[in-house]
Design a protein around this ligand. Structure first.
Ligand code: ATP
Ligand code: MG
Length: 415
């Protein structure tokens, strides 16, 4: 679990603000769920035989003896919230969220125990048009944050439940034939959830997985048409993709379209966004059958990419540092500065507090990265003026009265 320090916050704010703007562009509404949910919710939705539920959840008993879990992902929480508040009652929903998720994983580059996701869930639309909307909004996002050349889209179809069931038999037969080469996790999954074997990260299983029968080749007519329509629309939009037949996603609740955006820029942890359709989940959690699709992005990985790509992000620095030297100055400074803040709400002003010599205050102004110092000493205070000094460029220092000063700010700062 990491602290995010002020020196690294600019890329975070850039990515989060860009995502908010994007959500507004597509008319999605924000939803905020609590960080803790009943453990049962995740067991029922994500699935008992998944990495998350088997070994990654932070689960504890609270004082009442209820089993609670720090949320490992947002989808289950979002569905729970929608059901609880009747948001899915005879209506569609387009929602987004952002916030911390928790998984007890082995910490490594790109994998943390508290990490940040930004995600979208869309309910009540059977697709594939909404699938296209989601994928195109993500493609747009990569352009906005400047990493579109470093990510690629992989898609697959898991088909309907019926076509998946038929395929499962084929897969089990194939895997059973290669039993001797499976690892312990996969052996267990072969019995409980064979599709999940395809999601194994064990490099020793790579060949077995690559040669397994392909779900995509065993889709029923309905699923095949669905997938074809999705591909046609992505082609129309000029969105490149690769069909990855062993993409199954690590969670139980997916059906039909699944997708991941991956990168080679980050080493082993290359998935920056993952999502898919989960038409069965709402009903499984006690609601009426409702079609749904969503995705989540891992923000740490996006920050790493943006930083690697050297995308210029303006750090949050004050525009003006206000130097306050002397007792008289102390008495007049706040009314002055508050007037400026009234007039120019977008200007960032840092007022020196806790005294210090003129020289040490100038040093602080420089360190803060301000473009101007506004100096109020006792002389200025008695003249009812402020001394303006440009800290970046050579410029004549000037002493300005209140209205001149406001005019100066209007002329010299973007507001
Ligand atoms: P993996 O197969 O790599 O474990 P996952 O299937 O568990 O991934 P999802 O649950 O789909 O991952 O999460 C969506 C995205 O959230 C991931 O693509 C990744 O960008 C990010 N993510 C997931 N787990 C972590 C983590 N522990 N630390 C940082 N980011 C993460
Ligand atoms: Mg995982």
């Amino acid at each position: 679990m990491n602290d995010l320090l002020p020196e690294n916050i600019a890329s975070w704010q850039f990515i989060e603000a860009s995502f908010r703007k994007l959500m507004n562009q597509y008319a999605y509404a924000e939803i905020r769920m609590p960080i803790v949910e009943k453990t049962e919710l995740f067991k029922r939705s994500i699935g008992e035989v998944t990495d998350i539920v088997e070994k990654e959840m932070y689960t504890f008993e609270d004082r009442n003896g209820d089993s609670l879990t720090l949320r490992p992902e947002g989808t289950a929480c979002c569905v729970r919230a929608c059901l609880q508040h009747g948001l899915l009652h005879n209506q569609q929903q387009r929602l987004w969220y952002m916030g911390p998720m928790f998984r007890h994983e082995r910490p490594q580059k790109g994998r943390y125990r508290q990490f940040q996701q930004m995600g979208v869930e869309a309910f009540g639309m059977a697709g594939p048009d909404i699938d296209v909307e989601l994928i195109s909004m993500i493609a747009r996002f990569w352009k906005i944050i400047g990493i579109e050349k470093n990510v690629r889209l992989e898609i697959n179809s898991l088909g309907t439940n019926a076509s998946r069931a038929a395929y499962k038999e084929l897969l089990v037969e194939y895997l059973t034939r290669h039993k001797d080469k499976l690892d312990e996790d996969s052996m267990r999954r072969l019995a409980t959830n064979p599709l999940r074997v395809l999601d194994s990260k064990n490099p020793d299983l790579k060949d077995i997985i690559a040669n397994a029968p392909k779900l995509l080749e065993h889709l029923d007519e309905e699923s095949e048409q669905y997938f074809k329509q999705l591909c046609i629309q992505l082609d129309r939009l000029g969105i490149d993709y690769v069909v990855n037949t062993s993409l199954v996603r690590g969670l139980d609740y997916y059906s039909q379209t699944v997708f991941e955006w991956v990168t080679d820029a980050l080493g082993a942890q290359g998935t920056v966004c993952a999502g898919g359709r989960y038409d069965g989940l709402v009903e499984q959690l006690g609601g009426k059958a409702t079609t749904a699709i969503g995705f989540a992005m891992g923000v740490e990985r996006l920050v790493a990419m943006v930083e690697q790509a050297d995308i210029a992000i303006e750090p949050g620095q004050p525009d003006i540092y206000v130097i306050v030297a002397g007792e008289k100055a102390q008495q007049v400074v706040f009314p002055w500065i508050e007037t400026i803040r009234d007039e120019y709400p977008d200007i960032s002003l840092l007022v020196n507090c806790d005294g210090g010599s003129f020289k040490s205050q100038m040093k602080r102004a420089d360190k803060a990265g301000a473009s101007y110092a506004f100096i109020i000493g006792d002389d200025e205070a008695s003249e009812n003026k402020v001394c303006v000094k440009n800290l970046r460029e050579k410029q004549q220092q000037q002493k300005l009265g209140q209205s001149e000063l406001l005019q100066f700010i209007g002329n010299n700062f973007k507001n």
